[in-house]
Design a protein around this ligand. Structure first.
Ligand SMILES: *Cc1c(COP(=O)(O)O)cnc(C)c1O
Length: 394
């Protein structure tokens, strides 16, 4: 297989190009035959060989590699400043492939005590029965994570930061030291921050996970996932398992995700601008008793977030004075904010975690307050978002 992808990413990084320049150019040069400035959707399953084994550019079969996916993978590697990127059919497909690549039955992992629900289910119901044990710990508590590690058995320390929906912050540098002291890898799910706001590999993480369904794709029109790894040895293991398991991103999905990444920087800045406006508005609203946002001074993770994030992101959670009933009613009354699960798209979404995304964890350690509302603040006109919330809060 060709190493065109990582060479390409390296070259862009060596040129010292800025984030937005890499988002737009890394991973693809205009097509040599037509000059097409945007990578074509290579809707092909196989490739003509020039004599047996005479592959053109390393392409043999589209599960193994497809040029549209290659362009996306190289772009992601460049944005996260990693050695190599890998694109999958979903975030969970990326996670499963990584765990199969790096772990063996009998191994142990530490995961966040407020992990994304689908991630928790994967560990508890799929990897667990296969033989991978897990312990949960709060990512915001470095000592708790260290205490959960079992030297010699822990293969991965898995972190999300910010977490969902309570936006807890894990100190990536400190957690990398904890993992490495124990001979484990630090894996960071960077879905909520996106590579524009936070680059975990630069802070010492070994692998970055994305649900590209969220900010990377950014338009709520495609489901996808990605891994970006820091070192060649891990890259080879992941590449082998990506091809062997086969949960790859198709060429259409890869194209949409890459199209999304081109504008990640401008979208994230607007998401953050609007989130800050919403936070200021909610903080002063009489029907709101708590606003949770890492950009607030009083947020327990504020200092760490300020160190490791460029800005604080587009997700805002808050609690209402009127309890569960008011929270549920508010979610049903907005008109600009759409009542829906997921996050990270251009359109603003509102949801009630207790009855929606986090309903399955009711009664466990992962249970969230019943009066909690989560917003994925989109990039619409800020005044319209504030007016909508004001109306819905009554
Ligand atoms: C959505 C999400 C996932 C899962 O990704 P899918 O693309 O839905 O499979 C994993 N982690 C986080 C933080 C998410 O928000």
């Amino acid at each position: 297989m060709t190493h065109r992808t990582s060479e390409h990413a390296d070259r862009d990084q060596e040129k010292g190009a800025g984030f937005e320049t890499r988002a737009i150019h890394a991973g693809y040069d205009p097509d040599p035959t037509t000059g097409a400035v945007i990578p074509p959707i290579f809707a092909t399953s196989t490739y003509k060989q020039d004599g047996v084994g005479g592959l053109r550019g390393g392409y043999e079969y589209s599960r193994s590699a497809n040029p549209t996916r290659t362009a996306l993978e190289a772009n992601l590697a460049s944005l996260e400043q990693g050695e190599r990127g890998f694109a999958f059919a979903s975030g969970l497909a990326a996670e499963h492939t990584l765990l199969q690549a790096m772990c063996r039955p009998g191994d142990h992992v530490v995961i966040p005590d407020d992990a994304y629900g689908g991630t928790y289910r994967l560990f508890a119901k799929v990897e667990g029965p296969w033989g991978l044990e897990h312990t949960t710990a709060a990512v915001s508590d470095v000592d708790a994570v260290r205490a959960a590690v079992r030297p010699g058995r822990t293969r991965i320390v898995w972190v999300e930061t910010p977490t969902n929906p309570l936006l807890n912050i894990g100190d990536i540098e400190a957690l990398a030291a904890v993992a490495h002291d124990a001979g484990a890898l630090l894996v960071v799910d960077n879905t909520f921050a996106s590579p524009y706001l936070q680059q975990p590999l630069v802070l010492g993480a070994d692998v970055v996970v994305h649900s590209t369904t969220k900010y990377c794709g950014g338009h709520s029109d495609v489901v996808g996932g990605a891994l970006v790894v820091r070192d060649l040895e891990v890259a080879e293991q992941v590449a082998f398992h990506q091809n062997s398991i086969g949960a790859v991103a198709g060429p259409f999905d890869s194209w949409l995700t890459l199209r999304g990444l081109r504008t990640l920087g401008v979208r994230m800045d607007r998401h953050c601008d609007n989130a800050e406006r919403v936070v200021r508005f909610l903080t002063e609203h009489p029907a709101v008793c708590q606003v949770i946002y890492p950009g607030l001074q009083q947020h327990p993770g504020h200092a760490v977030a300020s160190r490791q994030m460029k800005r604080y992101g587009g997700i805002v959670s808050f609690r209402v004075t009127g309890g569960e009933e008011q929270a549920v009613d508010t979610c049903g009354r907005t008109e600009v904010f759409t009542l829906a699960e997921s996050l990270g798209g251009i359109e603003s979404l509102i949801e009630h975690p207790g009855r929606m995304t986090h309903a399955s964890v009711a009664g466990t350690d992962l249970e969230v307050p019943a009066d909690l509302i989560r917003l994925s603040v989109g990039i619409e006109t800020a005044e319209d978002l504030l007016a909508d919330l004001d109306r819905a809060l009554g």
